[in-house]
Design a protein around this ligand. Structure first.
Ligand code: GUN
Ligand code: ZN
Length: 515
């Protein structure tokens, strides 16, 4: 039972939570962004991160502090919070990243955890092994064994009130990631970073990042706070939150600024290529691109870093509101359009739809159909699963619109691609109130055809007619042979004829209007 992390609201596998950090005496709302503070480089001061950007947690590196005599003495003397002049929660990394970068470091988990405790760290990190992508399986396994030992050493250490990270590694092997997640979850450690995704993100391998995180999440319990180590580009935050990541750290804001790069939710721009600044942050409203280019390099770096951080925090607020509104998937879809690699990441997310479905709340605002990929959203999978519990009797007309049933039919069911058929009485229930465009994509019809097949399979004694006007061949090919196909106009005409023959009041001539 973890009592330091409380879930408040959710959408997909994303959630709004509260992480209590006892040593700092604060509670951090998640998803949270931890700006990376390099203790050697003063880009934006921690005091300003707190007062101007609203950061209530940051991350710095205890190994850098420990290996610099001046910083070490000051941190040990006055403590990290006073040294940095920051009153929120402070997470520290352990030197693992330096280990990955330079091949060796001069410390151990036991020693660096003690040091982190001594300098006043609130959330500490053991020395895990960030195994890069695509290594031989044997190396991933050997590295994982060392990380396991680091977690065991951390469990054995006297860490007091300090929370401790349990990083999840496993390179690009989903089964190892899942196993590592399960192992970390079973320790008594507190926060669960998914590690070594930086090389994937630097290479725009968002699909691999998604698979790694999804696998780790399968091993971790729902109640585990998950940190995505080294991830802080605003473009990918919605995707990562949708997967169930709660904490992010951004060095990107400062690293990119040093390089003259300007972050947006649609990707990274070079300042030299910008004629306009597409942002309303204090920097972008005060300065023009020419002003920024004319600034001295130090000032330019500073201003770009401020903008970069503003857009990142703004995106995080947008994501939290989307969770509250239940339309996080719409935001993920929007972001997926900004770069082909993001689209691959989004499609990889949809490959894990069953996993998302387990955590996704059953009822939300409105389902907005935004693209072909929308046909693969969790709501569609859930609706198909629900088909099993729907009973159809007699001769049922399946139609997109709401044609009144004539004598020919015992019932009219609606089928709104990408959803399968459903009784009209469910029309007003989520997600069947979906807003769909006039022109739907092939996948939407194919999904609807799958639903028809399932309904037919589950109700062998009923007969079905499908009014199918706009359905593409690829979808009709998936409809079982026993289903009679008729065009919508033919059905409408026949029903209208029957009605006038009967001398009954003539209904809506087309029968197309929804009830
Ligand atoms: N920073 C970015 N990636 C990692 C990682 O895998 N482990 C640690 N400790 N820090 C990181
Ligand atoms: Zn800006």
């Amino acid at each position: 039972m973890r009592d330091h992390f409380e879930l408040r609201d959710g959408d997909l596998a994303g959630r709004i939570g509260r992480l209590s950090v006892p040593r700092a005496g604060v509670t951090v709302e998640t998803p949270a962004l931890l700006p990376v503070v390099n203790p050697n480089i003063d880009t934006i001061s921690p005091a300003r991160l707190e007062s101007e950007f609203g950061a209530d947690i940051l991350i710095t590196n205890s190994y850098i502090i420990k290996t610099n005599e001046h910083l070490r003495e000051e941190a040990l003397d006055v403590g990290l919070h006073e040294m940095l002049d920051f009153h929120g929660a402070i997470m520290t990394d352990s030197g693992s990243f330096q280990l990955a970068e330079y091949g060796e470091i001069d410390t151990t988990t036991e020693e660096i955890l003690q040091f982190q405790r001594d300098i006043g760290t609130d959330i500490a990190t053991p020395v895990d092994i960030p195994t890069p992508p695509d290594v031989a399986r044997e190396q991933a396994e050997t590295d994982l064994e060392i990380t396991r030992q680091a977690l065991a050493d951390a469990e054995a250490a006297d860490t007091g009130e300090m929370l401790v990270n349990a990083p999840v590694q496993g390179s690009t092997y989903p089964d190892l990631r899942e196993e590592a997640g399960r192992h970390a979850d079973a320790t008594d450690l507190d926060v669960f970073p998914v590690g070594a995704v930086v090389p994937m993100m630097n290479a725009y391998r968002y699909d691999d990042m998604v698979d790694a995180v999804a696998a780790a999440k399968r091993g971790l319990g729902v109640d585990a706070p998950v940190h995505l180590f080294g991830a802080g580009h605003p473009m990918m935050l919605a995707l990562a939150v949708a997967l169930g990541c709660d904490l992010f750290d951004s060095a990107a804001y400062a690293l990119y600024a040093r390089d003259g790069r300007y972050l947006t939710v649609r990707g990274t721009e070079h300042l030299e290529d910008l004629d306009y600044l597409p942002c309303t942050c204090p920097i972008c409203t005060e300065y023009s691109p020419d002003d920024l280019r004319a600034a001295g390099s130090k000032e330019q770096e500073q201003l770009l870093a401020e903008h970069n951080l503003h857009v990142t925090f703004a995106e995080l607020r947008r994501i939290k509101q989307a969770i509250r509104d239940g339309d996080l998937m719409e935001l993920v879809e929007e972001r997926a359009r900004s770069h082909p690699a993001m689209l691959d990441g989004y499609r990889a997310l949809l490959d894990h739809v069953d996993q998302l479905e387990r955590e996704d709340p059953a009822s939300k605002g409105a389902f907005f159909y935004a693209s072909n990929e929308s046909a693969h959203r969790p709501e569609v999978a859930r609706h198909h699963a629900r088909m099993d519990r729907l009973t159809a009797e007699g001769h049922v007309l399946l139609t997109e619109g709401g044609i009144p049933s004539g004598d020919d039919f015992d019932a009219t069911w609606r089928v709104v691609p990408p959803f399968g058929p459903f009784p009209r009485s469910l029309s007003e229930t989520y997600p069947l109130t979906a807003e769909v465009p006039e022109r739907l994509d092939r996948d939407a019809y194919e999904q609807a055809a799958r639903g028809v097949s399932r309904l037919v399979e589950e109700n062998p004694d009923a007969a079905f007619t499908l009014a199918h006007d706009d359905w593409p061949e690829s979808a009709l090919a998936r409809v079982p042979d026993s289903v009679e196909l008729e065009s919508l106009s033919a059905v409408s005409e026949r029903l209208a004829d029957e009605e006038s023959d009967d001398g009954r009041e003539e209904g809506d001539a087309t029968g197309l209007s929804d009830e």
